[in-house]
Design a protein around this ligand. Structure first.
Ligand code: FAD
Length: 527
């Protein structure tokens, strides 16, 4: 049988980590997906190394088991300047929403796990050595022309097309989008090495104006070093064995090290103006690229995938109006832009232009940390933009919870006594989540039927110690993370499959809250 389908719901161009994440999520929702890549296999070049708790929560949503790929939890990120000494120390120990705040990993392992997860869904077809050439948008569909490995050109029809084709995205150019923003003139040599002696366990930024050098521990006994090139240094010279031996000499003798990967990169801080046009969407590096100083390039791509996947799935299955797809750009672009700004700020800390600037910038940071409130803000990642939206697919106004923000995750106990992370209780549905009092019982039969026909489910979180009603949808909130503080009992929220809060209010108003949420999905708006 010909493996290339002629018609699918969603055609994903690019099977990098972000395309694979989107395909795996769409597969969970049962959407018919074709994901193609012009390369035959996974790219082995040294790229992403760090993921935060938000990325790990999305990987949980995708269905990756905790041990699906190897990780190292990072206890702290230290910043050191030869002129003023240590000037920053970010506490990355502990967890947020059930996941470590920061881990390092090996990108090819993660990509393999994501591809396996995508392939495990019968509705997903993944094919390599196929190149997207162009596409045409017509009423109700997109027709893409693809070139197969043997040179044949074939057409595939899809309801929607997603460009996950990386920083050089041709899909982006085809929809008339370009990158705004800055290209850093500096080039960086990235080295991954094994057999490094010592017990190095964290991330360290040596912010030396002569040659900034971040380095970090990674799984498989690896250490990653990043060396900024000086004016006049070339890629060819820097990638030579003798140069690498000289650069790594302060850490280890070259004969003991196994250099696994080396590559010179130029970093960019850029985003396009619109992440979608008609039936075409851009995700991951195709939409935005950032210097890796805060480790957020792939993380931002995973956020894109989580945000877009359920919306596409709901629209192609007729459970939501196509109008909800506009919210992908409204929600994701401002947040991706804020992350790029943070990475640029970090770049200024890492790469001061000269000794005077280093003394000024790093010295000021050191002084700021003497003020306890500022020290807490800097050390506890308070400067990281929250994953919450000011505009998008959620009810306007404010009640008790942050609409457009994320529902926290904690540990819960099921009626059968099983202890699990609360997102497992939410599953893949849109949910009416009620706290204390069970909201499902407050809906009329008619609204309850409309809700479930639109992919709605019910989850009830009870205070720890309260008696179980025996329902499979009812869970005990074991660490008091879920029940909102302002209104502990008798509150409810509509939570999207990407864990964003769409609406909330007293359980007594559940009928209205569900009705208004359905109106938002149906694109009729809240009257
Ligand atoms: C040195 C370095 C360090 C980094 N560190 C971090 C970090 O610590 N944390 C983090 O979150 N991010 C980091 N990043 C960023 C991260 O690596 C990228 O954001 C991520 O890999 C992008 O994934 P993607 O799937 O969007 O694109 P890609 O991985 O580039 O995948 C795009 C795919 O599309 C395919 N393709 C392209 N054109 C076509 C076509 N016409 N037809 C078919 N297929 C096509 C390509 O073959 C490719 O497989 C780092 C990047 C670099 C370079």
């Amino acid at each position: 049988m010909d493996p290339l389908p002629t018609e699918v719901d969603v055609l994903v161009i690019g099977h990098g980590p972000v395309g694979a994440a989107l395909a795996a999520l769409l597969g969970r929702y049962g959407t018919r997906v074709l994901v193609i890549d012009k390369a035959a296999d996974i790219l082995m070049a040294p790229r992403a190394i760090a993921l935060d708790n938000e990325a790990l929560r999305i990987l949980q949503m995708i269905g990756l088991a905790e041990d699906a790929f190897e990780k190292i939890a990072i206890p702290q990120v230290r910043m050191h300047c030869p002129l003023v000494g240590e000037f920053g120390r970010v506490n990355t120990s502990g967890s947020i929403d059930g996941h470590p705040k920061l881990v390092t990993f090996y990108q090819p392992d993660l990509e393999r796990a994501l591809r396996e997860q995508a392939a495990s869904h019968p509705s997903v077809t993944a094919l390599g050595s196929i190149e997207w050439l162009d596409h045409e948008q017509q009423a109700g569909q997109v027709i893409a022309r693809l070139r197969l490995a043997d040179g044949q050109v074939r057409s595939v029809r899809a309801k929607y097309l997603v460009g996950a084709d990386g920083a050089g995205s041709s899909v982006r150019k085809a929809i008339g989008e370009d990158f705004d923003g800055k290209t850093y003139a500096e080039d960086w040599l990235i080295i991954d090495a094994r057999n490094v002696p010592g017990d190095f366990d964290h991330v360290e930024f040596i912010c030396d104006p002569r040659r900034p050098t971040p380095h970090m521990v990674a799984p498989g006994g690896r250490i990653r070093w990043e060396f900024m090139l000086r004016p006049g240094e070339t890629r060819e010279d820097m990638e030579k064995d003798e140069t690498i031996a000289r650069l790594l000499a302060p850490w280890a003798a070259s004969d003991s090290l196994k250099i696994e990967r080396k590559a010179v990169y130029r970093f960019h801080a850029r985003s396009c103006q619109h992440y979608s046009k008609g039936r075409v969407f851009l995700i991951g590096d195709a939409a935005h690229i950032t210097p890796p100083f805060v480790g957020q390039g792939l993380v931002a791509g995973l956020r894109d995938a989580a945000n877009l996947a359920w919306k596409l799935a709901w629209v192609v299955s007729g459970r939501a109006s196509p109008g909800i797809l506009d919210s992908y750009d409204h929600e994701r672009r401002p947040h991706a832009t804020k992350m790029i700004a943070l990475a640029k700020l970090m770049g200024q800390l890492v790469m001061p232009r000269n000794r005077a600037m280093a003394f000024l910038v790093h010295g000021s940071m050191k002084l700021l940390r003497l003020v306890p409130a500022l020290r807490r803000l800097l050390d506890e990642l308070g400067v990281k933009p929250k994953n919450e939206f000011d505009a998008g697919l959620f009810a306007p106004g404010r009640a008790s919870m942050r609409r457009g923000g994320q529902l926290p995750q904690g540990l819960v106990r099921s009626a059968a006594g099983e202890i699990l992370l609360s997102d497992e209780a939410l599953g893949d549905s849109l949910n009416l989540v009620s706290f204390g009092v069970d909201g499902a019982t407050r809906l009329s039969d008619e609204t309850g039927r409309r809700w479930t026909s639109r992919g709605g489910g019910f989850v009830h979180f009870r205070l720890r110690g309260s008696q179980s009603p025996g329902s499979p949808d009812s869970f005990e909130d074991l660490d008091n993370r879920l029940i909102p503080g302002g209104a502990p009992c008798g509150w409810c929220a509509v939570v999207r499959p990407d864990r964003t809060i769409l609406h909330d209010g007293p359980v007594a108003d559940a009928e209205r809250i569900v009705g208004e949420s359905l109106a938002l999905l149906e694109g009729t708006g809240i009257s």
